[in-house]
Ligand binder design. Structure first.
Ligand SMILES: CC(C)(COP(=O)(O)OP(=O)(O)OC[C@H]1O[C@@H](n2cnc3c(N)ncnc32)[C@H](O)[C@@H]1OP(=O)(O)O)[C@@H](O)C(=O)NCCC(=O)NCCS
Length: 158
């Protein structure tokens, strides 16, 4: 699918197999418990929206959203390279993923975020999500997850 320019030279497009090395690099730099390469690859073959953001051709972030139960868009992950944060890349990625998940039939969206992850929770709130619950000890290190939800009609693309 064609690239869509979004902001300041940043473009968001569908991810493909050739992007995996860079996605793994960003993943490893972003999480204490990164997804393994095999899983990051496997998501390419699931229905949903697997997007990368590029800046002058270099991948600076990615997001994965999948469709579950036909109408639920589940945002599985988003990460932006440390040197490219606070420039609107996360917002561009999530906006495009939500739009594509909606095009694929999602009527509502959900995600989990670490309770301590203020940047992520801030980003999701900025995109219209609100806190819907908490799952105690969701992560392997014992941290709880905040569950966030968004109804399809109230999302923001930018
Ligand atoms: C969370 C993350 C993806 C945000 O990406 P980003 O490109 O820096 O986000 P944006 O520049 O698009 O910011 C969008 C909004 O998110 C919020 N936000 C982003 N970074 C923030 C920070 N450090 N502190 C507080 N709020 C923050 C703000 O509301 C911001 O809007 P504003 O710039 O108008 O104030 C990035 O910090 C990241 O990759 N973190 C590590 C991986 C991670 O935790 N992923 C989420 C897993 S649930």
């Amino acid at each position: 699918m064609a690239r869509r320019a979004v902001d300041h030279g940043i473009a968001v497009r569908e991810a493909n197999l050739a992007d995996i090395d860079r996605i793994v690099e960003i993943e490893d730099a972003s999480f204490p418990d990164p997804y393994p390469r095999g899983l990051l690859k496997a998501f390419l073959y699931m229905p949903g929206a697997y997007m990368v953001a590029t800046d002058c051709g270099t991948i600076v972030g990615y997001t994965i959203g999948i469709i579950r139960h036909r109408t639920l868009g589940h945002l599985v992950s988003v990460a932006v390279a440390p040197g490219s944060r606070r420039e609107g890349v996360g917002r561009a990625l999530i906006g495009e993923a939500l739009a594509r998940l909606a095009d694929a039939g999602a009527k509502r969206f959900m995600l989990e975020a670490r309770e301590s992850n203020a940047p992520a929770i801030g980003l999701y709130k900025r995109m219209g999500f609100s806190e819907a619950g908490k799952i105690e000890k969701y992560y392997a290190d014992g941290e709880s997850a905040i569950v966030m939800e968004l109804n399809g009609s109230s999302g923001s693309r930018t």
